[in-house]
Design a protein around this ligand. Structure first.
Ligand SMILES: CC[C@H](C(=O)O)C(=O)SCCNC(=O)CCNC(=O)[C@H](O)C(C)(C)COP(=O)(O)OP(=O)(O)OC[C@H]1O[C@@H](n2cnc3c(N)ncnc32)[C@H](O)[C@@H]1OP(=O)(O)O
Ligand SMILES: [Co+2]
Length: 139
């Protein structure tokens, strides 16, 4: 496994609409994407560009959302996960399984349209970690 590019930092929020003015007016973000729903993943998503990565704002879609419990514990929202790119999702999956890490579900299509999976925070030093097949072929 080679540590790939940090594709995004996931930030959970109770309301993307209410969070955008902070990113635009306080942080000076100029590349704020249109929010879009990912019902299969139980979240609404909005990407905020930074010079070297993205902030992925995520808002729960429904009570079954995988971030509902996180927001109950952190009602104002907060840093949720880190996402790294890999050239080959199957190779990465086999690597983390070999390490005995707990994968959360099977690889599925993420917000950038490529396969992703998550590794449990307890196996990753307390950091919920998303692994994403790079849209750039891993470079
Ligand atoms: C895929 C679309 C998009 C993309 O980029 O393409 C996204 O990124 S969507 C992001 C939202 N989806 C997910 O996060 C899916 C994976 N996450 C999960 O399956 C859950 O969130 C899980 C299992 C990590 C935690 O679920 P839950 O909070 O309901 O369970 P617990 O409260 O029992 O937590 C267990 C344990 O983990 C700690 N925890 C929970 N969330 C986080 C976190 N974000 N970062 C670090 N640690 C976290 C929690 O405190 C518990 O720890 P313990 O020591 O047992 O108290
Ligand atoms: Co993500």
């Amino acid at each position: 496994m080679h540590l790939g590019r940090l594709n995004h930092v996931g930030v959970a929020t109770p309301s993307i609409t209410d969070a955008i003015p902070y990113w635009r007016d306080v942080m000076g973000a100029t590349g704020i994407g249109e929010p879009f729903d990912l019902p299969a993943q139980g979240v609404k998503v909005c990407f905020v560009d930074t010079p070297n990565t993205q902030i992925e704002l995520i808002e729960p879609l429904g009570p079954e959302s995988p971030i509902a419990a996180f927001l109950q514990k952190n009602p104002a929202g907060g840093q949720h996960h880190l996402c790294y790119e890999v050239p080959d999702i199957a190779e990465a999956k086999a690597w983390f399984e070999e390490q005995g890490a707990r994968l959360l579900g099977e690889p599925r299509i993420g917000a950038h349209g490529t396969p992703i999976f998550f590794v449990h925070p307890r196996d990753m030093g307390g950091v919920l970690t998303e692994i994403m097949e790079s849209p750039r072929g891993g470079h």
